[in-house]
Design a protein around this ligand. Sequence first.
Ligand code: PNS
Length: 160
Amino acid sequence: MTRAVCPGSYDPATNGHLDIIGRAAKLFDEVVVAVLINKNKKTLFSVEERTEMLREVTAQWPNVRVDSWHGLLVDYCLENDIQAIVKGLRAVSDYDYELQMAQMNHQLTGVETLFMPTNPVYSFLASSLVKDVATYGGDVSTLLPPSILARLTQRLAERR
Ligand code: PNS
């Protein structure tokens, strides 16, 4: 069985993330969307909220499951018999850091990283930008699945 992981912070997941997950789901028998917990990173949504949102929006793909992990991604891959890490590349600016992580992960355990070019429609898209625009009342409705947009709108209203 071929199994890949799409790791990330997903705070929150965007249409760009979903595009990569859906395309990966066509290539592998199983895709695990792993919400990586970084205690040093302040997030708008808790890890439980992020995994719940992801479960809702990935329910359309029967071979996709969602999980969370605190620790090294390579350890998650070893524990879950995952052969490949799938990452979206938006622009050349992503490449340097992603290459560094891919090479480090390969050095640690031999796990492969596959880069998938993002759909050009989403090449500018980042969770941090979406949160920033939405905080100041900008329209992000085309950038997020409706259920996540609703959660984001609610969370920002609670914070006001
Ligand atoms: O969505 P993000 O924040 O760009 O995702 C980055 C993430 C979570 C995939 C990356 O930081 C990661 O893999 N973190 C897990 C900890 C780890 O393995 N660090 C060493 C990377 S070489």
